[in-house]
Write a protein that binds this ligand. Sequence first.
Ligand code: PMP
Length: 316
Amino acid sequence: MNIPVDDPRQKIKSVTVNGERMPLEDAKVSIMAPGLTFAATVFEGLRAYWNEEKQELFVFRLDDHLKRLLDSMKLLRLDEHYSVDTLREQLLEDLRSNGYREDTYIRLQSYVDDWGSMTAKGPVSTSIVSYPRPRLDAFRTGRDFAVSSWRRLDDNASPPRAKAAGNYINSRLAGLEAKESGYDGAIILTAAGRVSEGPGGCIFLVRNGVLITPGVTSGILESITRDSILKMAEETSQATEARDVDRTELYIADEIFYCGTGQEITPIISVDRVQAGNGKPGKITQAMQALYDGQVRDIAPEHRDWRTPVYGNQED
Ligand code: PMP
């Protein structure tokens, strides 16, 4: 395989499958794996942030991601595989052995491997792949979104609370539609027509100084970034509401942003070509970005338990 020179795969020394490290090209899945055919796969996307001054890489909310992976496995009835402790050790070892000294993304996946039926619960395999991933430019500039014609999955059909591969068909369709119509991203509504989330992140809006986000029963993934934002807002006396959000609130909001591990906090500067506020990243959005950056990079002193140092170069 010819990997382009600027591709992050160039920097991957090894990946981890079932606790064993190997080159990326040696990590394989069976073509008959139920994880492939029937999407019996759950996953997590995490980020680790480099702090130059401390010469340390910090994984953000590692245990929360690991717990969510186990919850997703339980929802899909995958056989138990590794404990949080084992997964934590494998993930940190994967980062250490790659020796990253820059912002990194980690994809952790558990799936039914080998051969089996639609209801096979095992054999489960778990893979960890980490690679450099810098912050998106959109963090600063913002993005133009559209309300999707696709509706969000329902808890009683394909539960969005599970971070399961199959749920991403819904995300893919919404994402493709938005891109093909000239937008950067999609906002998906629930079957009842309320705001749910984007294809890979949650939505916040600001109205009259209040930071509003759809509740966890609005067909969303229980986002760790969303939770961090709500906690940081509370701690800084920023008023918040987690409640049903109507579509039309998007068109009159003063600010809107998209959040998730990948996007971090990305300003949404228009929805369906209707400007949000003055069409620039808003004040509260920027304040939340600054708080978030302080947390993920271990600059702010609060929430030390949100950050796991990878190399252990620091004194405690
Ligand atoms: N919703 C969906 C559908 C996602 O894929 C993600 C990304 N994991 C999120 C929300 C954001 O979740 P988190 O903040 O935990 O990354």
